[in-house]
Design a protein around this ligand. Structure first.
Ligand SMILES: NC(=O)c1ccc[n+]([C@@H]2O[C@H](COP(=O)([O-])OP(=O)(O)OC[C@H]3O[C@@H](n4cnc5c(N)ncnc54)[C@H](OP(=O)(O)O)[C@@H]3O)[C@@H](O)[C@H]2O)c1
Length: 233
């Protein structure tokens, strides 16, 4: 079997398991100290992957913010910023989104075969558009990223993407932050959707750390044999 990067899933959710509140505005689930922790994890990553809906809804920059961490990456002979990666079926992404315009590093768009030609126009000016097959399979994406030199992949959501990485057994670690609030709106996005997950009542995931960070709590789970207790993230 082809190799894939060490893969860490990271997200914040409400007490009732939601990633957003369907309001159209970005829901701030975390706090400054936790954003700084996430920045550190990003700084240790070769690539950051999000779904196309997250690019459209949140318009994230997906950059390492701390100048010391950026300098540390350069000193270590790495690119200043991690590679940015997204996946799409419809190829309806705005080339003006911050995913594309922020940071000078490369951006990859894995696109379903039947829309790759459409994406090849505008998007190919701001990103490398890759035919991801039909459907785009996260295993194939992971293996292709490994071929491109990615050894540490950070997946930052949203729910559809987390569902696939978890359901397909492609995650080595989960860093889940729980925020002290409820969303209570069924139309909002959940951390994961329905699926068949490897962790069940008879095969529980291994909790390796709980860390209060201000008013949120970080839950860290080992999801595979490859889990690294003290990673260089
Ligand atoms: N709290 C957090 O930590 C956090 C983090 C990230 C996101 N979020 C929230 O999560 C919400 C988005 O989550 P979501 O579950 O709706 O969407 P998502 O996972 O961000 O993106 C889903 C989209 O990605 C593309 N996609 C996913 N799997 C694919 C596959 N196998 N092949 C091809 N394309 C694929 C499709 O794009 P197309 O529609 O373009 O075909 C799909 O509509 C946002 O509102 C955001 O606020 C929260």
């Amino acid at each position: 079997m082809a190799e894939r990067p060490y893969t860490l899933l990271s997200c914040g959710m409400s007490l009732d398991g939601y990633l957003d509140d369907a309001s159209g505005d970005r829901l701030l689930l975390s706090n400054d100290a936790d954003f700084d922790r996430v920045d550190q994890v990003r700084a240790g990553s070769d690539a950051i992957l999000v779904g196309a809906a997250t690019v459209r809804n949140d318009d994230p920059r997906l950059l390492v913010r701390c100048p010391t961490r950026v300098a540390g990456r350069r000193t270590a002979g790495r690119s200043a910023q991690p590679l940015k990666v997204t996946v799409t079926n419809r190829a309806k992404l705005d080339p003006g989104a911050r995913f594309f315009t922020c940071g000078t590093g490369p951006k990859l768009v894995y696109c379903a075969s039947d829309t790759v030609a459409m994406a090849g126009g505008e998007l190919s000016r701001v990103a490398t558009v890759i035919d991801g097959g039909t459907p785009v399979e996260m295993r194939r994406v992971s293996e292709d990223l490994h071929v491109r030199g990615v050894r540490r992949l950070m997946v930052e959501g949203g729910g559809q993407v987390h569902t696939q990485f978890l359901g397909e057994g492609l995650a080595d670690e989960l860093q889940l932050v729980v925020a002290p609030l409820f969303v209570g709106r069924p139309e909002a996005t959940r951390f994961v959707g329905p699926g068949r997950y490897p962790w069940t009542a008879s095969h529980r995931a291994r909790l390796v750390e709980t860390r209060p960070i201000g008013d949120v709590v970080l839950l860290r789970y080992a999801l595979s044999e490859r889990f690294e207790e003290r990673p260089a993230w």
